[in-house]
Design a protein around this ligand. Structure first.
Ligand code: 5GP
Length: 345
C-alpha cells in the first residue's frame, strides 16, 4: 500500500481567474479547432464537444443535430448494420467528420466494426470504449485495430493516468478518452472505490498525450457549461458529454408523460437497465455500475447547445482568449471552497 499526498482536484474545487482582455464581444471568439491526428494523419476541423456513446445520448438523431454545428457524436454501439445503412443514406456528406463508430473489445464487436467500415469506408472515426482501459486485452485490441484500420482516427479509453495514456498512444490510439468515475449516472466510485478527480486527470493526461503528439477527450463530470470551460482550460482537446445532452428530443429513449409533465429516461451503459436491454441481465459475478434516472424533458438540443457555446465564449472573453485553442494558455485556476450562490435554487 502507498499513499500519494498531492491534492487531486475536481471541477468544483477551482474557478478560472479573470485576466485583462482586449476582446469587445463574445462574438469575436472562435470555438473551432483544427487537429492533425498522430497515427491516421487525418485533419479535422470543428467544435471539439462530443455526445457520449450512450444509447440515451449518442443517437443518430443527436449526431445530425450536433454535426449541423460542427460538433461530434460518438454513436452508440447498439445500432444494427441495417440501421447504419439507413442513417448513412440520410445525411449530407459533409457531416461524416463528426461521427465515430463505437465498439467494445469482443470478437463480435470487431466483426461488426469491420462490416460497418467495409460498407461505409468514408467513415473516419472509431471509438474503442471500455470501462477499464487498464487491461492488457484492451491494449491488444487497440494495437489490432490500428493494424486493421491504418488511416482511421482511433479514440481509446477510459483511463486517468499519464502512463496509460502514453501506452495507448504508443499502441495506436490518436485520441485517449479520460475519466473513471466522474459521470452523472456512474456508480463506479461507489461500487469499487476506484476513480480520479477529473480536473487533475485532465491536467496530467493532457500533458502525457501532448508530449507524444496525441490528444485527449475529457469524458464525464460536466454538469454546467462552466465545467466545459474548466476542462478546456485544464488542457482537454475535446470534451464529451452524457448528462448535459440527455433528456432532449434527439437523445433517444421513450418520452414518459406523467401528471401532465414530460420526462425522459437516462441510464448508464453499465446500469441494470442497459444490461437487461443488451446482455440479458446483470451477470452473477458482477454489480451494475450505473444509475437509471428520469429527467424532465429538455426539448430541442439546439437551445442547450447555444447555452453551452455561449458560456464557453464568455469564459474566453473573461480571460482574453480569441480562440478556444488559447484558453488553456490563458487559464489560471484558483482553488476555492465555494461555487455558485444557491439562495434561489
Ligand atoms: P456525464 O457527462 O453524464 O457526467 O458522463 C458521461 C460518461 O459517463 C460517459 O461518456 C461514460 O464514460 C460514463 N458512463 C456512462 N455510463 C456509465 C455507467 O453505467 N457506469 C460508469 N461507471 N460510467 C458510465
Amino acid at each position: 500500500m502507498r499513499i500519494e499526498n498531492d491534492i487531486k482536484l475536481g471541477f468544483k474545487d477551482v474557478m478560472i481567474r479573470p485576466k485583462r482582455s482586449t476582446l469587445k464581444s463574445r462574438s469575436q471568439v472562435s470555438l473551432e479547432r483544427t487537429f492533425k491526428f498522430l497515427h491516421s494523419s487525418y485533419v479535422w476541423n470543428g467544435i471539439p464537444i462530443m455526445a457520449a456513446n450512450m444509447d440515451t445520448v449518442g443517437t443518430f438523431e443527436m449526431a445530425k443535430a450536433l454535426a449541423a454545428h460542427k460538433m461530434f457524436t460518438a454513436i452508440h454501439k447498439h445500432y444494427s448494420i441495417d440501421e447504419w445503412n439507413a442513417f448513412m443514406t440520410s445525411i449530407p456528406q459533409d457531416y461524416i467528420p463528426y461521427f465515430a463508430v463505437s465498439t467494445g473489445t469482443s470478437e463480435q464487436d470487431n466483426e461488426k466494426l469491420r462490416t460497418i467500415f467495409t460498407i461505409h469506408p468514408q467513415l473516419r472515426f472509431i471509438c474503442i470504449d471500455v470501462a477499464n482501459g487498464y487491461s492488457q486485452h484492451f491494449v491488444d485490441f487497440v494495437k489490432n485495430a490500428r493494424a486493421q484500420f491504418p488511416d482511421k482516427v482511433i479514440i481509446a479509453g477510459n483511463v486517468v493516468t499519464g502512463e496509460m495514456v502514453e501506452e495507448l498512444i504508443l499502441s495506436g490510439a490518436d485520441i485517449v478518452k479520460v475519466g473513471i468515475g466522474p459521470g452523472s449516472v456512474c456508480t463506479t466510485r461507489v461500487k469499487t472505490g476506484v476513480g480520479y478527480p477529473q480536473l487533475s486527470a485532465i491536467i496530467e493526461c493532457a500533458d502525457a498525450a501532448h508530449g507524444l503528439g496525441g490528444q485527449i477527450i475529457s469524458d464525464g463530470g460536466c454538469s454546467i457549461p462552466g465545467d466545459l470551460s474548466k476542462a478546456f482550460g485544464a488542457g482537454a482537446d475535446f470534451v464529451m458529454l452524457g448528462g448535459m445532452l440527455s433528456g432532449h428530443q434527439e437523445s433517444g429513449g421513450e418520452l414518459i408523460e406523467r401528471n401532465g409533465e414530460k420526462f425522459k429516461q437516462f441510464y448508464g451503459m453499465s446500469s441494470k437497465t442497459a444490461m437487461e436491454k443488451y446482455v440479458g441481465g446483470v451477470a452473477n459475478y458482477r454489480a451494475s455500475e450505473g444509475k437509471t434516472v428520469e429527467i424532465p424533458f429538455k426539448g430541442d438540443v439546439s437551445d442547450t447547445i447555444q447555452d453551452i457555446l455561449g458560456g464557453i465564449r464568455s469564459t474566453c472573453t473573461y480571460v482574453g482568449a480569441p480562440r478556444l485553442k488559447e484558453l488553456t494558455k490563458r487559464t489560471t485556476f484558483i482553488r476555492v471552497s465555494e461555487q455558485e450562490n444557491k439562495v434561489y435554487s
